[in-house]
Design a protein around this ligand. Sequence first.
Ligand SMILES: Nc1ncnc2c1ncn2[C@@H]1O[C@H](COP(=O)(O)OP(=O)(O)O)[C@@H](O)[C@H]1O
Ligand SMILES: [Mg+2]
Length: 281
Amino acid sequence: MKVLLVEDEPDLGASIVRKLHQEKYIVDWIQDGDEAWLAMRPIDRSYKQMQQFTSDASHELRTPLAAINATVETILDLEHLSEQEARDTLISIRRQNNRLACLVQDLLLLSRFDQKTQVTDRQPCCLNDLITDLMEEFSALASNADLQISSSLEHPQPLYVLADEDQILRLFSNLIANAIKYTPAGGYVHITLKRSTSDAVIEVKDTGIGILPQEQVRIFDRFYRIDTARSRSSGGSGLGLAIAKAIIEAHKGSIEVQSQLGKGSSFIVRLPASSVEEPLL
Ligand SMILES: Nc1ncnc2c1ncn2[C@@H]1O[C@H](COP(=O)(O)OP(=O)(O)O)[C@@H](O)[C@H]1O
Ligand SMILES: [Mg+2]
């Protein structure tokens, strides 16, 4: 067997095809150049995505690292340091360090989902209770942002899913945090829980800035942010929806976005409902 060495080129698909031609590997399925390009396109696309991801991840990690470095350098240049200055410096370093730690934790979580090594501990999980808890948790954040947050539980009995409760909590926390973050003061965030045949349907709806149709697929990509400055200033790294999507996929569910620019967005999550209405104790 002959092994083909492909140079480190950004256009991997093109590189493989070129190499096959150079080495006279005109195998049956590469009769014509165009078809070969088509066949290589998925490999090329995933290679480019991998490159983009590595570059985005490095950039995101570099930002807090550079900030820590700059803070330390500034302090080392001072001849005298008051106790207050030392304390302020440590607080600033701690903030950047926490950001770094969250980022690394999120990347590890995504990588475990990719490799299917993330443990998903499935227990009956009551969505009514979960939404009530989330409402309590987010009410202060919403009122600080001058928003109203409300919920309607449209299913008469408690609705259960067989799920990892921590992950489901994370998924809806990400969606609600986004709804609050991307809705201007005076707006509304509303959460609805209902049942549709075999699924539990949870909708997180806001009256916020909205998302253009061409952006609606891309927002689930890792590190993708429509308005980087706005997202970064509110602590976002662009991984929230990628994590939400990975959790939904691990639970065999689906997510849909409906949105109109300037009017608001709605994220609709469907999860297979558990046949148990009450958990078996
Ligand atoms: N409810 C929403 N309304 C408007 N835009 C949103 C909403 N949720 C997400 N987005 C857009 O999708 C992008 C990706 O979201 P996410 O992955 O949670 O990253 P982050 O919030 O850290 O920026 C956000 O930067 C924002 O541009
Ligand atoms: Mg987010």
